[in-house]
Write a protein that binds this ligand. Structure first.
Ligand code: ATP
Length: 631
């Protein structure tokens, strides 16, 4: 029961939006349940007609208990039945009456008509609730996607791709299935049971109460199997997450996997996880499939006791038939409800995981009343900034530096010294733990993400090309870019030539991760994206690190061109790429240990010079400065 409320409480927010269809579906479901119950009356009515018509009596003295049980209701129901019998009598055959055309037609159509009504109600209810659940899941997936997009980078660093994929696909799919089939059955079968119990009470209330004693016995196996299903669902999700993560790893690392001939090992890892998934899946199947036999055995015990009771009390054949049909139908409904219970237990696991995501708040929050920052005019200031990803493990320590507009700043330092972290802080992917960063005197925390990031363009070693056309990929830098702007940006990025040689030029779809292009070509597309953005601050984070030397030269040319007349922050391992910088900061363990011009640092013989020497650079052999002159 707890899981049903959990699922509905979670879904209520989404279901409420479609309340008209939802109400229609529920009403049709209720009518379906009542139509189901009417079959008891139909069975009794048909069975009664195998006996000669009884003389009409106003009351039944042989059944004083029934009268006293609920005289008002019973009288109304008897009156209703008499009226219905009177109306239907000429249309149904009876043993002591000759067959005419009306009775033949009635006999042929009586049950099909009832069944047609029941089926239409079933279809209508299923359609409306299905319509609602399709939209609810769509809205929910959108919300999860929205949530993912606003969560901060630390969340993504902590999560695995498999986990996120499972949440947005599999967890929502379980809820979908539960709302589509489970909710419909929950309504239909509950009303069916209530309707059937009502009909059976009307037929013979003592017999019904006797039969109902067996109903609670069904709850015991149900509770046990429900818990089993829930445990299996939890374990299944864990295995599913691992399996999805491994799949993502395999796709991303396919080059390395092939290069090291790890295909067999990867398949083996996948197989082991798949085996776990099958094992847990089978536990879920066992729980689900054991529900029916358990309830059937319990229900047959009840039917056995009923048969004895019926014979002992010499119940009429009509009542007997009606009762038998009613009991059978009721246990079918109970079985379906039991399956719904198991389904809700399984969906409950997914809902808890979705709730977990929805409760998550981004650690980097946007200002509620942001200050406008339309232009970059004067300076970027790092004011005694310290930062730690993990408490007590500082990565940036007391970083204090001002970058005037137009300056090209290089950031160098050994691996792990905090260079990329500086970029992360500048983009406000993370907030400093101490100190602050400001642009033209406005703290980044007070600016909207939109305003802040519109001022900056990032070209990093992590080259991201989306499964869209070349033109669309470039236009990501500026959503309203015209084709002329896109082509101009591509020319500036030295990309126009190879783009025009692609099968459909700018309209060529690049495929996932731009697999049809070389690394250098992909990087030039991302530089064109930065060109079209035309942001005053350019951030280069090891932009040529993943390229071979031929591609690097081509890309470096594009970058030098892009850097002209902009404020540049360039993080680099390959120190030669910093030769054009006005000022270089050397970081060691998050602290500035040296700073100055390229030649000056080489001559100083400190950390920078030592790093440069390892790359074959010295004060005399440093590359000729290219691009913009130092301002
Ligand atoms: P490289 O030159 O190798 O790219 P870097 O100088 O850019 O290194 P950063 O990537 O800024 O260094 O990392 C600085 C330190 O912060 C490293 O010790 C790294 O292990 C740690 N670090 C980086 N990202 C995270 C993270 N998401 N969570 C925890 N620690 C992190």
């Amino acid at each position: 029961m707890g899981n049903i409320t959990t699922v509905f409480r979670f879904g209520a927010h989404y279901l409420g939006r479609y309340w008209t269809r939802l109400t229609m579906g529920l009403i049709l479901g209720v009518l379906f349940g009542l139509a189901n119950a009417s079959f008891v009356w139909a069975a009794k009515t048909l069975a009664d007609r195998f006996e000669p018509a009884a003389p009409k009596v106003v009351s039944t003295p042989a059944e004083p208990e029934r009268e006293t049980a609920a005289p008002g209701v019973r009288q109304v129901l008897n009156g209703l039945q008499e009226r219905l019998d009177g109306w239907i009598d000429p249309w149904l055959p009876r043993v002591d009456v000759p067959l005419d055309w009306r009775r033949i037609v009635g006999a042929l159509l009586f049950l099909p008509a009832l069944m047609l009504l029941r089926s239409l109600l079933d279809y209508g209810s299923g359609y409306c609730l299905g319509w609602v659940s399709e939209r609810v899941i769509n809205d929910l997936r959108l919300d999860v996607m929205r949530k993912f997009s606003v969560l901060s980078l630390d969340f993504f660093n902590r999560s695995t791709s498999g986990d996120l994929l499972t949440r947005i696909n599999s967890d929502t799919a379980k809820l979908h299935n539960c709302l589509k089939n489970g909710a419909a059955n929950l309504v239909k079968e509950s009303v069916t049971i209530v309707g059937l119990v009502g009909m059976l009470l009307w037929l013979n209330w003592q017999l019904t109460l006797f039969a109902l004693v067996f109903l609670p016995v069904c709850v015991v196996p149900l509770a046990i199997l429900g818990r089993k299903a829930r445990r299996a669902a939890k374990a299944s999700v864990k295995a599913e997450v691992q399996q999805s993560s491994q799949l993502v790893e395999l796709i991303n690392g396919i080059r390395v996997i092939k290069a090291y001939c790890l295909e067999g090992q990867q398949v083996e890892r996948y197989r082991q996880l798949a085996r776990q998934l099958v094992r847990q899946g089978m536990k879920g199947v066992q729980a689900r499939e054991m529900v029916n036999p358990a309830i059937e055995v319990v229900s047959m015990l009840g039917v056995g006791a009923l048969i004895v009771y019926i014979f002992k009390t010499q119940t009429s054949i009509g009542e007997f038939m009606g009762f038998l049909y009613g009991m059978g139908a009721m246990f079918v409904a109970v079985k379906r409800l039991a399956k719904v219970h198991v389904q809700f237990q399984q969906a409950g696991v997914g809902v808890e995981r979705l709730q977990e995501i929805m409760r998550h708040e981004p650690t980097v929050k946007e200002a509620t009343a942001p200050k406008p920052l339309a232009r970059f005019q004067r300076e970027i200031r790092f004011d005694h900034v310290s930062f730690a990803y993990v408490p007590d493990r500082p990565v940036i320590r007391d970083f204090h530096f001002t970058i005037p507009r137009g300056m090209k700043v290089g950031v160098a330092g050994p691996s792990g010294s905090g260079k990329s972290t500086l970029v992360n802080l500048l983009f406000r992917f993370y907030d400093p733990t101490q100190g602050g960063i400001s642009i033209d005197g406005t703290n980044l925390r007070e600016v909207s993400f939109q305003d802040l990031r519109r001022l900056m363009a990032l070209v990093s070693q992590e080259i991201v090309v989306f499964d869209q056309t070349v033109a669309e990929n470039i236009a990501l830098g500026k959503t309203d870019a015209t084709r002329a702007e896109i082509e101009a940006a591509a020319r500036e990025a030295h990309a126009h030539e190879f783009i025009t040689q692609l099968p459909q030029g700018y309209d060529t779809r690049l495929g996932e991760r731009g697999v049809s292009l070389s690394q250098g070509q992909r990087q030039r597309i991302s530089i064109a994206r930065a060109f079209v953005r035309n942001a005053p601050i350019l951030v280069l984070d090891e932009a040529t690190a993943s390229l071979d030397s031929a591609a690097e030269a081509e890309v470096q040319r594009a970058i030098d061109h892009l850097a002209e007349n902009r404020t540049v922050i360039s993080v680099a391992h390959r120190l030669s790429t910093l030769a054009n910088c006005d000022h270089i900061l050397v970081l060691v363990q998050g602290r500035i240990v040296e700073q100055g011009g390229f030649e000056e640092l080489l001559r100083r013989g400190g950390v920078f010079a030592a790093m440069a020497a390892r790359q074959g650079l010295s004060a005399t052999s440093s590359p000729t400065l290219q691009g913009q002159p130092v301002s």
